[in-house]
Design a protein around this ligand. Structure first.
Ligand code: DHK
Length: 152
């Protein structure tokens, strides 16, 4: 087994299921985690799933990922739209990054239309609810397999 894919969740995602369900859905973060782990197994990757409300902790995990992970799937919550520090960490990690949002951020308030995370992302999935995380795992498995084939 190779290194795990870090699946990092930012502020307020611990509230999933209770928080504005019309926007974020009824799945809890534990439900999302179970779906991701099942999809990861089917895709031949392992995942390390985490959530923090703290910008510093998330940045620490991204720094750790540089050596310990094969890629990063990230829903940075509100930090998506504000955190240059998190972007800096993602760029320094030199890993494939897939950005996920449960909601379609482009149909929402204008301040959600810009993502700093996107500047470090290989791809972005938004608006597909918890399914988006499963698709992100599949996409990451493909990215990693393609890179491994390229290395021969
Ligand atoms: C989650 C959040 O917490 C918001 O701050 C983002 C994102 C959107 C989501 O859709 O998953 O704006």
């Amino acid at each position: 087994m190779g290194k795990p894919v870090y699946v990092l969740n930012g502020p307020n995602l611990n509230m999933l299921g209770k928080r504005e369900p019309a926007i974020y859905g009824r799945d809890t973060l534990a439900d999302v985690r179970a779906k991701i782990e099942a999809r990861a197994k089917a895709s031949g990757v392992t995942v390390d799933f985490r959530q923090s409300n703290s910008e510093g902790e998330l940045i620490g995990w991204v720094q750790e990922a540089r050596d310990k992970a094969s890629g990063i799937i990230i829903n940075a919550g509100g930090l998506t739209h504000t955190s240059i520090a998190l972007l800096d960490a993602l760029q320094a990690a030199e890993l494939p990054v897939v950005e996920v949002h449960l909601s379609n951020i482009f149909r929402r308030e204008p301040y959600r239309h810009h993502s700093f995370v996107s500047l470090a992302a290989t791809g972005v999935i938004c608006g597909l609810g918890a399914k988006g995380y499963e698709l992100a795992v599949e996409a990451m498995a493909n990215i990693l397999a393609t890179a491994a084939a390229g290395r021969g």
